[in-house]
Write a protein that binds this ligand. Structure first.
Ligand code: HEC
Ligand code: HEC
Length: 235
């Protein structure tokens, strides 16, 4: 798939380069390997395919890590935080980042161009949530309140915390899983869901959000605190 994607991107690059001579202002970079001129968006998609798609999915969906091709998600996180994560990865998590300290070693301009290109490709008309995406801006969570929220909103798909059988969506109280995901990752999952896999988000007026029940910023913090508390319990 990355190869097919690359070929399509290259083909589009040729078409746009040919059609835009002297006419388009968006051409920003050449790709020495292919000797064609790419727009910011095309270059970002090429860099995405090479540096992010293995985990976040081809074309930004359906990877092991969350979908990035989601305009409301991108609007809620915002350009500044996207630049920070693309540079440094997720603190305490397994997103490697692509900045100077990573294997990709993009400089600040390459990171900013990448984020701008990604926003052009996937961020059009995104609506930001009215409650914060960042755990740093979220209220502290209360695990016992979160247990009740979990039972009411999560258990039907993910199973009771101590349930050992197979559930439709798999366990999110598995301590090994919880060791691999940060509190930010859990908050993001609850805010936006995994729409491409059938998990609704719980917080916004978006098409894939749960219609009958919205969670407040506090309730989301509470569920995260509850999930975290299950990781230290003997299973
Ligand atoms: C309608 C069913 C449904 C409900 C209700 C639901 N989920 Fe999910 N959830 C899913 C599915 C499906 C997935 C994707 C599983 C996969 O990756 O194949 C998922 C994935 C997740 C993930 C992993 C996200 C990621 O990025 O990999 C977390 C964490 C999670 N859910 C937590 C919750 C919590 C907490 C609640 C309650 C607030 C909840 N879910 C409610 C269906 C549901
Ligand atoms: C090795 C796999 C891997 C690669 C490669 C990778 N990521 Fe990630 N990414 C992750 C994981 C895992 C998380 C969840 C981290 C957590 O919170 O536990 C994540 C989280 C993120 C988040 C934040 C999700 C949230 O919680 O809102 C963004 C944004 C992101 N990645 C962007 C990128 C970009 C852009 C690239 C390429 C430049 C990239 N990632 C490459 C694995 C990867």
């Amino acid at each position: 798939m990355p190869n097919a994607f690359r070929n399509i991107a290259a083909l589009l690059g040729v078409i746009v380069a040919a059609a835009c001579v002297g006419a388009c202002g968006k051409i920003s970079s050449t790709d020495p390997a292919e000797n064609i001129v790419l727009t910011t968006q095309q270059l970002a998609m090429k860099n995405y395919a090479q540096n992010c798609s293995a985990c976040h999915g081809a074309n930004g969906v359906n990877g092991a890590a969350r979908q990035l091709a989601d305009a409301n998600y991108l609007a809620s996180v915002g350009r500044e935080a996207l630049i920070n994560i693309t540079t440094n990865g997720v603190s305490g998590g397994f997103c490697p980042g692509s900045g100077p300290a990573s294997l990709a070693q993009w400089d600040a301009k390459q990171v900013a161009d990448f984020v701008d290109g990604m926003l052009e490709a996937w961020g059009k008309n995104g609506v930001a949530l009215s409650i914060p995406w960042s755990v740093k801006l979220a209220p502290a969570g209360n695990a016992s309140n979160g247990q009740a929220v979990y039972a009411a909103t999560c258990q039907s798909c993910h199973g009771a915390p101590n349930f050992k059988g197979v559930t439709g969506a798999g366990s999110v109280t598995d301590p090994n899983y919880l060791r691999l995901i940060t509190d930010q990752g859990l908050r993001t999952a609850i805010l936006f869901g995994r729409p491409e896999r059938g998990m609704p988000g719980w917080s916004g007026p978006f098409p894939h959000q749960a219609a009958d029940r919205k969670l407040s910023s506090q309730e989301i913090s509470d569920v995260v605190a509850f999930l975290r508390s299950t990781a230290s319990q003997k299973q």
